[in-house]
Design a protein around this ligand. Sequence first.
Ligand SMILES: NC(=O)c1ccc[n+]([C@@H]2O[C@H](COP(=O)([O-])OP(=O)(O)OC[C@H]3O[C@@H](n4cnc5c(N)ncnc54)[C@H](O)[C@@H]3O)[C@@H](O)[C@H]2O)c1
Length: 315
Amino acid sequence: MAQIPVLDGESVLAAVDPAAAVDRVRLAFERFAAGEWVMPSKVYLDSPPNGDFRAMPARGEGFALLKWVTSFPGNSARGLPVVTGALLLSNAESGELVAIMDCAAVTSLRTGAAAALSAQVLATPGARSVGIIGCGVNGAWSARCLTACGYGPGVCADTRAEVATALAGELGWSAGSRVEAAAQDVVVTVTPGGVPVILESDLRSGQHIAALGADAKGKGEVELAAIERCRLFCDEWAQASAGGELSGGTAAGMVQRERVTQLGDVISGRTPGRGSDGEITLFDSTGLAIQDLGIATAVHEAWREGRVDADLVTL
Ligand SMILES: NC(=O)c1ccc[n+]([C@@H]2O[C@H](COP(=O)([O-])OP(=O)(O)OC[C@H]3O[C@@H](n4cnc5c(N)ncnc54)[C@H](O)[C@@H]3O)[C@@H](O)[C@H]2O)c1
């Protein structure tokens, strides 16, 4: 009977560094835009009042995966992770399960990588400084991936000052206020999405904003008046309009499909990206299973090549 590797968070992070994560996530967006990788919309299972579970399947590159993951925003106050669960990777030809992985580490890498990739694709060529608003788990990985792509230094802002100070210390950046972070060239928002953290008055010409925290219905980090001023991009329209940063504007009739470009369509050259240096670009990231597939296949590859260890189980 086949033995299946179980890769914990440490092994996942040892297998794929932030620069490799950005490359793998770029590939995922390319393949998805070309129709080579497929992905139904994620399924949400509410678990009130704590948050929700998500089931996220995708197939491509000879593999299929299912990620079973939480977003329990109140968990950090209880000393528990917001994002937790497991990822199953299968062989798409035989159907056999080939790996089980910690999904929090995969999620952090692919989420941070999407923020950095959006900056590479949409920010002005001269953009360097970074503002991180919300320096928890996924805010920190966004900062690490941006650093790996040559961005920074930056300003870290968080309502928990000690978290912002720790991330700034790790990267050699500075801790600052929300307004200071929102004034940088590339601004990444990764808060629970309960209150706006980008106001219209924060915006300045040529900025790129990656809004990551609002990844379910009812969440939002950017004021509608600010969204109105931006050139809009998303990871995938069906998800973004239903439960992403753009869903508020969509419900209000302010954001229509034709106003929003999917990142993969820009990467594949099908649709233009930023129109001018002065434009403010906003990327709505809801988090796609194809991003997880990009990372999970890289982790599996590292294990097969003996670069990382894993416990083996027989099911
Ligand atoms: N788009 C994606 O792909 C994706 C992926 C993972 C998580 N998320 C979402 O991102 C959000 C954060 O997830 P996480 O795992 O990093 O959580 P986390 O709890 O580790 O981090 C959130 C941070 O935001 C801070 N914060 C809260 N309110 C704030 C405010 N008003 N201003 C500044 N900082 C504030 C908190 O103190 C905390 O440090 C969640 O809503 C989660 O669902 C999105």
